[in-house]
Design a protein. Sequence first.
Lengths: 1005, 91
Amino acid sequence: MTQAFRLPTGGIIDRSRPLRFEFDGTAYEGYAGDTLASALLANGVHLVARSFKYHRPRGILCSGSDEPNALLQLDRGARTEPNVRATTQELFDGLIAASQNRWPSLRFDVGAINNALSRLLPAGFYYKTFMWPPTPRWWLRYEHFIRRAAGIGRSATAPDPDRYEHQYAHCDVLVIGGGPAGLAAARAAAHAGARVIVCDENPAFGGDLRGMNDDSANIDGKACATWIDEAVRDLSDSADVTLLTRTTAFGYYDGNLVALSERVADHLAAPLAHMPRQRMWKVRAGTVVLASGAHERGIAYAGNDLPGTLLAGAARTYIDRHAVRPGSRAVVFTNNDSAYAAALSLSRAGIAIGAIVDAREDSELTGALAVRAREHGIRIVSGSMVPAAHGSKRVTAVDIESLSGGRGTRVDCDLVCVSGGWNPAVHLFSQARGSLRYDESLAAFVPERSPLAIVAAGGVNGCSDVGGALADGHAAGLNAAAKAGFRGPASYAAPHAEPVAPGRLRPLWSVPARDRSGKRFVDLQNDVTVSDIALAVREGYESVEHLKRYTTLGMGTDQGKTSNIVGLALLAEQLHRPISAVGTTTFRPPYTPVTLGAYPGEEAGAHLEPTRYSAMHDWHVAHGARFINAGLWRRAHSYPRAGETPDDAANREAKNVRTNVGLVDVSTLGKIELQGNDVAEFLNRVYINRWDTLAVGRCRYGVMLRDDGMVLDDGTTSRLADSHYLMTTTTVNAVEVMQHLEALLQIDWPELDVYLTSVTEQWSAAALSGPKAREVLAAVVDIDVSNAAFPFLAVGTCTVRGAAGPMPARLFRMSYSGELAYEIHVPADRGRATWEALLAAGARYGIMPYGTEAMSTLRIEKGHVVIGPEADGRTTADDLGMGKLVNAAKWCVGKPLLSRPALIAPDRWQLVGLTALDGAVMPRGAKIVADPDHALPNPMLGHVTSWCWSPNLESWIALALVANGRARHGETLWAVSPLADAKARVRVRIGPPTFIDPDGERLRG
Amino acid sequence: MLLIPCPWCGPRNQLEFTYGGDATVKRPLPDAPMKTWLEFVYLRDNPRGPHQELWHHSAGCRQWFKVLRDTQTHDILASGRADEALPGATA
């Protein structure tokens, strides 16, 4: 089949570049410059879809992004995409498209049974039917089938192969829409000196004039196409103008931030190597000129959804722009002048016109276009309507009847061109908190005023002719530039086109129903009919927002661009209220669908978040470490040797720390330097314990509370010099603690002389731990590290001798493992050399690196709490066994609320240690109960917070929070996990949380 | 997305900031009664209209500062240092 419906001349298609494509398995040909829709029509393909609910045959209605029907599956392998509008998809060679929502085929679709059963499927059908019996269990059963029936199209199942970009931009004037009004506005603003961005959703500028073949219209004495070319060239010559085609402004946000979606490569089979598929622009605009034009709307008559039904403007576009003959014999049904332009195009293309059926009386047909049509000898049937169209998979005839009654006539046709008027595309104006005004003469809502810097121009303001749009656009451009501070010389004259006197529109939303069988569609995408709206009103859904949700009017992917105003006008008719009193539903972003991949842009996969690595990371990798995430950090979990599982490795490493010595990378700890005369006072206020007694060269463990008294974080703070301290925080809380301290100092206590600097990145840290730690350390440092010279909690500076030479270091004697231990901090670029020096010195003492898993085992054995599992935001210091740290003699953040009754109640969950009896594995996330066989719900006494196999005790142990736990030492309870496994139950003995060296002799030794 | 005028860095994208809540709430003195502390920690007004609030330029200069923002329109009416009264603020 070779484009039998292509006109021999005209259009802006390139006949020298044929493109092959496939639709539902049949091969066709189109030309460069075609959309998928125009190429299908050129091949005589009108039936392209089945409707959502009734599975009715549907064709192409529009020629742009407002299309409700022609949603196709674009098959590109991993790039497959559902619901692609055939009317906006540019044709490329090798395109493969398929229809949706039909089985087994588009021509024979079993789901069309819904159409026959439609009286059983009224508006609100789901709500009425599936709410009984009224239990969620039944709804879940129904839902399974409803979801299967409701879906249209298939999403891709393979990972998205494409790249997406984000681009921030700033401009004085952003022009949305590059039709005559937008181009005039952009030129006016640019010539006034403003930085301008112009975006248009189409592949080229020109708007409705693009490709239009109207010999009577000219601008500044030139053909429209010539003027457009000159305007675009003029704009692109300016360094201060950015022109964006295939770019939709889809969202308007606070601060005049407008989001644009640029489809960089969707018109190609696949993006070229250097291309992202799409680019999302975030434009901060001084002023926005909204020149978004208007959407044509239909009229609801029986069978107004048959393939072969086009909006009049779309028919004109296909003929003039794409040189396509959308039919052989047409009937035009209208209530306004614009359809006469389409009729003239039909006539020029040699399409027979059965009649123009105009709802207006003959005396009203005084507009210039109507006069011209009459001069062309086109038959006009005034004061009349089309009550019904006939046909099954394509329209074959329509009835024509006088609006005042009487017998009708039937006219054969294969094309119906409808126009019910035009709805200005006010979506972004409304998103910009702009109010809308109902204009009686247009029978449409137009922009009124917005508190933001946005100016509407052209079709969106109700301009119906080129001359009006140009003048309005020019004025808007000057206005926008002036608002942004540019009042350039008025050397640039407004473009001029002869105005066309419009005839008056006569509102006509639907025709009277003749019988029950003929469906008069309002929303074609969601199959909402005139009767559905009447039913909803009868059932009490009188608010436009309720009507929308009950009937699903305007809730499709087209967001009701062609249907919303018709729907609410019908609501107003039903309610006998003026349309202005009914109002519109809320316009929300996105204006047209935006591919999900464009939202994250580059921030997906490995780039979802930054990844932080310690200076020793490469060493860990080279030595076979397994890694885990800790906040944004990658940390070594363990260092498995050949034949070991990660858990085996962690057990070996933990055991080695208690018998020999181990080395762990703790560079990830948050490090904050505090300097100033009031640091001690500040620490007194933020930690529960006392700090004014800390001497230079000493460190101390501290706990911080939130204002509500719960534990926020813990760590150590060292006094490096008189007014110089170093605080460490937990790895994952470092950012939050820094922000907390900054708030206190800047907002609450600006009088304190304290300066904070985050130095987490600047210092590498390693902890050397185990009974042989001192021997290892003594071999590499230049100071005396004997217990007498460098006792527990001592802090000092030293030099580490390594293969790369001496390295300055800070030395801390503190222990997390419970063994004799030191932390060595060095400038980050010396981290790896220090790490290697310590391992080399420790070789003869059996040193092993250990990871976070062994570190966790060691701290559980020692009963040290972790922020998160134990300090989970609901625990106080006393719950964690650290009540004695709360200094009675001083105030601190969080202390005033600690005395609330619930926080000192005897049944608080308190930290305990658990030992599994019978050697059983502790179930993950287990609940502590007295009787595992108690009927559900089983009263819960607490829960396991951390658990591990202790290689040193050779037992499964855990830390847990248990009600009144400190008084339960010695009791036997049960740990159960019925969600994980009904049989998961372990008998546990409660004891103190410290399993090893409760008196701390090892770490002080 | 808000364009927030940091008193030190000028107007910057909202993404650079962290919200800090009502700026009119003052931290009580340590010996204030329990009721005062409970109100400080838990009770906040939820006004419609101008609202003095704290923002932290967390991905910028790290300063906490005040913003007078209309909660209904999201318009930012003024901004200033944390320790100074904002022009046009009532409380």
